[in-house]
Ligand binder design. Structure first.
Ligand code: GLY
Length: 395
């Protein structure tokens, strides 16, 4: 009986590589071109499903799911549209991107969570990069000031969620992503304090969030007065001691990005360590799209998280820019496998289906029974970013 189960498990783990081998791969240049064309059409379907004042999040059981602008994902829709516009110059997409920015503009003064970087930099950051409009820059600067209000000097970190029955001063690994906006504002004429906060936060996170194998805890809860660690735990992972896949992706992306802004070798070492943890993990499937947690129960039957795969692909493409030789080849080729997997029929929606989202099979918060095996807007965002990065750096 055990032998039969093992055989089934082995076959399932091989499925990724089997499906990759089924048809000859499109050259990457053509794939990227086709994907941005497809996204232009598919996002017209998505745009029709969004009520005024909301931002798209997912699609489940035939229904579009849209959230309030204070939700951490509110910047990914406009950010995705800007990535599409940058490649296609489609005026309809640009108009939709501008309208989506208007919807979330008031978030610039929001101080209720740590997600301002996701919300305002993935959106306005891309808009400013592409258009150079000074009003977009001013909004990013204001957003950095709002995020800085959550910096806790005793903890030497930006507080993620507010105090609750469960937590005193929680900091989650995802918070590394919000540092991009802080670095950028200081490096582009803003107050240097934002970059100082980013560096201090990144150093505290290296000290307290990681295990010796470079895997990361999801949440570290601190005493806000003394900065002492109260406990290390999870919220979206399988267990306190597990490696929640998207969290490993945020860590990988976060330290690669910190190296971009600082050239501090400690961040590069951290990013490489995380990359090796992910890529050498025995539970990483052959198609390199992770299960929702590297330690999820039921592997290889556990659900995947395409958003983690997309995010890791984008981060690995950047990390490969900062590495040489075998490591560079390893990171770039892993990202290529992820992109090819995501663009294949196992993860990629057909035109008009999937509520207008590009990718299927992401997992938001498995232990909370929320967003399991569904499209998620940020999976699309990081997939489009990975395609754009590949074109810019490797073609
Ligand atoms: N930042 C929240 C998440 O990754 O689900």
């Amino acid at each position: 009986m055990m032998k039969k189960i093992n055989l089934a498990a082995t076959l399932l783990l091989l499925i990724g590589s089997v499906s990759c081998a089924q048809s000859p791969k499109k050259p990457m240049a053509q794939l990227i071109n086709d994907e941005f064309k497809f996204a232009t059409d598919q996002y017209q379907v998505l745009a029709k499903n969004i009520p005024a004042g909301k931002t798209p999040q997912s699609f489940d059981k035939g229904k579009s799911i849209n959230y309030d602008i204070k939700w951490w994902c509110s910047g990914f829709y406009s950010g995705s549209l800007w990535y599409i516009y940058e490649q296609t110059k489609d005026e309809g997409i640009k108009q939709e991107a501008e309208a989506a920015l208007k919807t979330i503009e008031s978030n610039q003064t929001y101080t209720g969570n740590h997600d301002l970087g996701f919300m305002m930099y993935c959106s306005f950051g891309n808009a400013y990069r592409i258009t150079g409009k000074p009003e977009y820059k001013a909004i990013i600067q204001r957003s950095a000031e709002s995020l800085a209000t959550r910096y806790r000097p005793a903890v030497k970190s930006i507080q993620s969620w507010n105090k609750s029955k469960l937590w005193e001063c929680p900091v989650i690994i995802d918070n590394m992503m919000n540092l991009e906006m802080m670095n950028w504002v200081s490096d582009n004429g803003g107050n240097p304090k934002y970059k100082e906060i980013a560096i201090t936060h990144a150093n505290t996170t290296i000290k307290n969030h990681f295990r010796p194998d470079f895997s990361s805890y999801h949440v570290v809860d601190y005493n806000p007065q003394t900065g002492e660690v109260i406990r290390k735990a999870t919220w979206q992972g399988a267990a306190n001691c597990s490696a929640w896949s998207r969290g490993q992706g945020w860590a990988l992306y976060g330290y690669t990005m910190m190296y971009r802004f600082t050239k501090d070798e400690a961040y590069l070492k951290q990013a490489k360590g995380i990359a090796h943890f992910i890529l050498n993990h025995p539970n990483l499937p052959a198609d390199k799209i992770p299960f929702w947690d590297f330690d999820a129960q039921g592997i290889p039957f556990a659900k995947r998280d395409a958003s983690a795969g997309a995010l890791m692909a984008s981060a690995l493409l950047e990390l490969a820019q900062y590495t040489k030789g075998n490591e560079k080849t390893e990171f770039k080729s892993a990202a290529e496998t992820m992109i090819y997997s995501l663009s294949g029929s196992a993860y990629h929606a057909k035109l008009g289906e999937n509520g207008g989202f590009l990718l299927m099979h992401s997992t938001g918060a498995y232990p909370l029974n929320s967003e399991i095996d569904v499209p998620l807007i940020y999976a699309d965002y990081y997939y489009l970013e990975a395609l754009a990065r590949y074109k810019k750096w490797y073609l």
